[in-house]
Design a protein around this ligand. Structure first.
Ligand code: SAH
Ligand code: SF4
Ligand code: F3S
Length: 471
């Protein structure tokens, strides 16, 4: 046992080898291959983490399956809103009958919800069917924890409250061969008063620029056309690390200029520190996609202050003007919360007003969810469900109408479309996205998947277009 490497990622590759040996024995006993199924909830961070988990399991020798009747099932959880917790417990109740059919099945839970101590207590007390639990800070340790479970037969729980290290250079399995997410930072330091992310993902840590560029180069060499730079607030890249002197706009420019890259996107931009340099870098680089996701959360300066967002209605609108001046036609999308504590009808009208003025191409609307442990959970004036429902419906009507009207501006134009997949309903169509992140369905063969082709956007159908390849 004393030849186990101490350094990462060598240690994890060692455990992948050990798991591989174990799995070979198990497969021989079972007389068949063993399968895994990963169910991912939440944001791009979690989606990307799941690609890392899949890379590890593929290397160990498991085969991926769509069915949750698999030999290893992983739930990669999100906890940004409260109802996710109840849903997970419900789902685990259902998994009892699935596991009864295959008692050797392993159930594993990871992700943001596991960082909440009360969740771990509930799982320990009531959900004995769960075999492995880990959190967001040790996601890279899947092989080691799986080996421990296979070796001891006992349940393994390892959740860390924070971590000094981030382990890179582990295998990854991408959903799409032609597009990939690249983490540029982990965690969040903004502490918006409603949000649980800083508590479950920890303090902001930026990756070294060279590591990011090296990963991007490797992806481009492997045929990736579109790279999405990922962080909870990409605009603060490098701010908390004195060893990083590069700003986000500088990093974006370097990625955008990498030989062979076709497209680069980024997510998410916090409005408080989206700089004019960033706007200039987008404007001067064709490869940077014409889309900024710019969560506004509310149009009321009073609520924005209570949310600790650190911008006002006026400064947000001024930022939108600066963006549109240099990037006419760019697509702006947003997130909005309805029913934050203390939200009056007047505050809500400010939100409707900002939506009318900015005219987003898409807006994700959320009902405020009280997250225990966040400051807003203790604010007075929590809003009643029926008031929220009424406001939510009015907001949805407004954002949907505007999105439809705005998307129509592309009608008749020819745009480059990265073809992503066959259309799910109609096999004669393929589906892709423009630089503005607008979805287009058009007649074409699956050979086009992974290619960027010019498409005329013929008919706007509300949230998407029907197009025709411009030959
Ligand atoms: N880092 C990103 C947001 C990540 S969470 C940013 O700051 O823009 C994604 C979205 O979930 C947020 O933009 C917010 O609109 C929503 N959200 C977060 N906490 C929430 C809560 N407690 N209730 C409802 N919506 C919430
Ligand atoms: Fe949450 Fe705010 Fe951080 Fe976004 S910036 S993850 S909303 S705390
Ligand atoms: Fe959810 Fe965690 Fe993302 S809480 S939104 S999966 S960072």
């Amino acid at each position: 046992m004393n030849n186990i490497p101490v350094m990462e990622p060598d240690r994890q590759y060692y455990f992948m080898d050990r798991c591989k040996e174990r799995l070979a024995d198990l497969m021989e006993k079972a007389g068949r291959g063993l399968t895994y199924n990963i169910q991912t909830f939440g944001c791009q961070m979690n989606a990307h983490d799941s690609e890392k988990l899949k890379g590890i399991l593929d290397l160990i020798g498991y085969q991926e399956t769509e069915s949750e009747e698999a030999d290893l099932v992983i739930f990669n959880t999100c906890t940004v809103r409260e109802n996710a917790n109840q849903k997970l417990y419900g789902h685990l109740g259902h998994m009892k009958s699935v596991k009864a059919k295959n008692p050797d099945m392993l159930i594993c839970l990871c992700g943001c919800m596991m960082q909440e101590p009360h969740v771990i207590e509930t799982l320990k007390a009531k959900y004995k069917l769960v075999d492995i639990i880990f959190g967001t800070h040790n996601i890279y340790k899947l092989a080691e924890l799986l080996y421990q479970r296979l070796d001891t037969g006992a349940r393994v729980i390892e959740v860390l409250s924070h971590s000094e290290i981030t382990v890179e250079k582990l295998p990854q399995k991408r959903k799409y061969q032609f597009k990939a997410g690249v983490n540029i930072m982990y965690g969040c330091n903004n502490f918006c008063t409603y949000c649980i992310v800083p508590y479950v993902r920890g303090r902001e840590k930026s990756r070294a620029k060279e590591d990011i560029l090296e990963e991007c180069r490797m992806l481009i060499d492997a045929g990736v056309k579109e790279i999405m730079l990922l962080g909870q607030n990409v605009n603060s890249y490098g701010n908390t690390n004195p060893e990083i002197s590069t700003t986000f706009p500088e990093l974006l420019a370097e990625v955008a200029e990498l030989p062979g890259i076709s497209r680069v996107r980024f997510m998410t931009s916090h409005p408080k520190d989206l700089s004019d340099e960033l706007i200039d870098v987008i404007a001067s680089h064709e490869t940077v996609c014409r889309h900024i996701h710019l969560p506004v959360q509310s149009g009321s300066t009073k609520l924005l202050t209570a949310m600790n967002r650190r911008y006002t209605k006026e400064s947000y609108l001024a930022l939108v003007d600066r963006i549109r001046e240099k990037l006419p036609g760019i697509s702006l999308t947003t997130d909005i919360i309805v029913g934050f504590p203390g939200e009056t009808e007047e505050d809500f009208l400010d939100t409707l007003d900002i939506v009318e003025r900015v005219r987003y191409d898409q807006a994700f609307t959320f009902i405020y969810s009280k997250r225990t442990g966040t400051p807003a959970a203790d604010y007075p004036d929590q809003i009643s469900a029926d008031v929220i429902k009424d406001r939510f419906d009015r907001l949805l009507t407004s954002v949907n109408r505007i999105a439809g009207e705005e998307l129509a501006r592309f009608e008749g134009s020819v745009r480059d479309v990265l073809v992503e997949e066959p259309n799910r309903q109609d096999a004669s169509l393929v589906t892709g996205r423009t630089s503005e992140n607008v979805t287009v369905h058009f007649p074409g063969s699956t050979d086009l998947i992974g290619q960027i082709v010019p498409v005329r956007l013929k008919e706007c159908k509300g949230f998407y277009f029907i197009g025709e390849q411009d030959l």
